[in-house]
Design a protein around this ligand. Structure first.
Ligand SMILES: Cc1cc2nc3c(=O)[nH]c(=O)nc-3n(C[C@H](O)[C@H](O)[C@H](O)COP(=O)(O)OP(=O)(O)OC[C@H]3O[C@@H](n4cnc5c(N)ncnc54)[C@H](O)[C@@H]3O)c2cc1C
Length: 297
């Protein structure tokens, strides 16, 4: 299906894009990679009269390390992160970027668009919520920095104003002895996961000093499994601790039954993914290089 007719505007700076959106009003939307917005427009679920394209703004896509953080311009494509040596400092970012859909989607879709879309099945929020992540946002009244942990308020809903955009995603580099992992189970590459799990561990020898665990696609927003974290934090990570973390994840998951599986199936799946993700995160915390690929049905 074709979208309804709309006016196309090309912004030459992020500030100009914000001004344009303010002037064009509620019927205008930012356009980044178009990998969520254009399909929704073709299905006529979203019918903006004006699109303000951010893709041609110079300097809005970059990956750089500054002191103890990685900085991503909002227009950075998934594939740029997948192939970046700088982003590879945090292997969990590669796990995520390399597993999003197929190469066509990864070549167009952006990290900023993905977070702004706040799709409950999107990969980036699940992963970045295990990290200390902040978003530098720009609106008509200037800049503000928002922690990702308070950014997504509901499915497809964020704290962004209508004419406010994400300009940069900042991810703190975790302390030494840390390791993360992200695993998703998918029916095929160009579909969203059935369920996913992200784990970030900080280890002191065999003992877990800290753990952050999030579950994707099993709730209206990313689910933080605090029970799983408590099962690991302060303990040796042995079979018993992992079993307790899995049980807590099953309980924390709040999935909907759909064509991808029943509620119970998704709960079992999320627990199984968590076991594997913990094992990979522990190995990475020890300094091992571990390649991760999503699991396909
Ligand atoms: C076939 C297919 C499969 C996919 N599979 C997956 C998957 O497995 N995992 C996954 O995570 N994603 C998946 N996606 C979605 C993809 O990752 C998109 O890239 C992402 O959701 C949106 O990014 P975008 O740059 O394309 O944003 P757009 O589609 O251009 O915009 C999305 C929304 O965000 C707003 N927006 C865009 N940029 C900004 C900004 N900087 N600041 C504020 N608002 C902004 C737009 O106004 C719009 O409302 C899939 C997409 C397709 C088409």
């Amino acid at each position: 299906m074709y979208p309804r007719p709309f006016h196309y505007h090309r912004a030459s700076s992020l500030r100009e894009a914000v001004t344009m959106l303010s002037q064009l009003g509620e019927d205008a939307r930012f356009l980044a990679g178009g990998q969520s917005l254009i399909p929704l427009m073709k299905l006529r679920f979203s019918n903006p009269s004006h699109l303000v394209d951010l893709s041609f703004v110079p300097g809005a896509a970059y990956i750089k390390q500054e002191r103890s953080a990685l900085h991503f311009g909002a227009l950075t494509r998934h594939s740029e992160i997948e192939n970046s040596a700088t982003a590879a400092m945090l292997p969990v970012l590669h796990d995520c970027a390399a597993g999003i859909a197929d190469v066509q989607v990864r070549n167009r879709g952006t990290i900023g668009g993905s977070l702004a879309e706040a799709d409950p099945s999107g990969d980036w929020a699940t992963v970045l919520l295990t990290q200390e992540t902040e978003l530098r946002c720009l609106g008509p009244s200037g800049e503000r920095t928002v922690p990702l942990r308070g950014f997504i308020t509901d499915a497809y809903t964020t704290v962004l104003g209508h004419d406010e955009l994400i300009q940069e995603v900042i991810v703190r580099i975790p302390p030494p002895g840390s390791g993360g992992a992200y695993l998703a189970f998918k029916r095929s590459a160009p579909v969203y996961p059935t369920a996913s799990v992200a784990v970030q561990l900080t280890m002191d020898g065999g003992v877990c000093k800290d753990a952050v665990i999030t579950l994707g696609c099993v709730g209206l927003t990313v689910v933080r499994s605090e029970g799983s974290e408590a099962a690991l934090r302060g303990h040796e990570i042995d079979d018993k601790a992992i079993a307790a973390a899995m049980e807590a994840a099953r309980a924390a998951a709040d999935p909907q039954a759909d064509m991808r599986g029943s509620v119970e199936y998704k709960r079992v799946l999320v627990a199984a993914l968590l076991k594997r993700a913990i094992e990979i995160a522990m190995r990475r915390a020890r300094g091992e290089q571990v390649e991760v690929s999503h699991i396909y049905a």
